[in-house]
Design a protein around this ligand. Sequence first.
Ligand code: HEM
Length: 215
Amino acid sequence: MWFVRFLSSSIGKKLIMATTGLLLLLFLCTHVAGNATIYMSSEVFQGYADELHSHPLIVIVFSTIFLLIFLAHIGMGLFLFYQNWQVSKSRYSVTTRVVKNTFSSETMPYTGLIILTFLIVHIFSFTFSSSEVPISVTVKEMLGGFFYGLFYIVSFIALAFHLNHGFWSMLQTFGMNHPRYNDAISKLTLILPLFFLIMFAGIPLYFMTGLGASY
Ligand code: HEM
């Protein structure tokens, strides 16, 4: 069947990683925008969360789609990692990579696993938190804790490294490689992860340092 042939081809696997990666990046954009309301006030953030939950059908459909995309991304990522590992331990292994290996590219499976661990902890803490306590209160209490806040910051650093290589790799797969744009592309692969790092890590720091005491 053409779909199985497509999935087993190297370009097919790369396209799945790039497309699911792009969709996850879009999710991060909406999530960072929603979470930015935390910097405004607890009322604004609570209002945003309540508005979101007043459309349960949208939340369920969106969460299911997100889960499927995420599973496809990790499933294919782990498969590619296993395949590369099989090739590298073979005595016929040859390095064919034309791209200089960077810290971000070498650590993709590990930063990916840190993000997965973060997501499990994160969803259990927030999505499945007690409905008796307003989510704005849970966010302040959890993220103000030293170890929990630190775990978040470390996870966001891992996310920044993951995005640094992932975003570049996605653009290559989509054919965005041209001498005229390569300079702008390499700047973007630094600016984008830094933006998410500052916006996300700023939240635990806001509560841990006491800056958000009146939140
Ligand atoms: C400090 C930064 C972050 C804060 C304060 C935050 C806050 C939240 C909150 C409050 C919820 C629950 C929403 C609700 O059900 O009312 C949530 C859900 C979620 N967050 Fe975050 N988040 C942060 C960073 C991240 C990051 C970096 C990712 C991805 C790598 C992420 C992925 C998710 C996912 C997948 C859900 C579940 C969405 C769903 O139920 O559909 N979050 N987050």
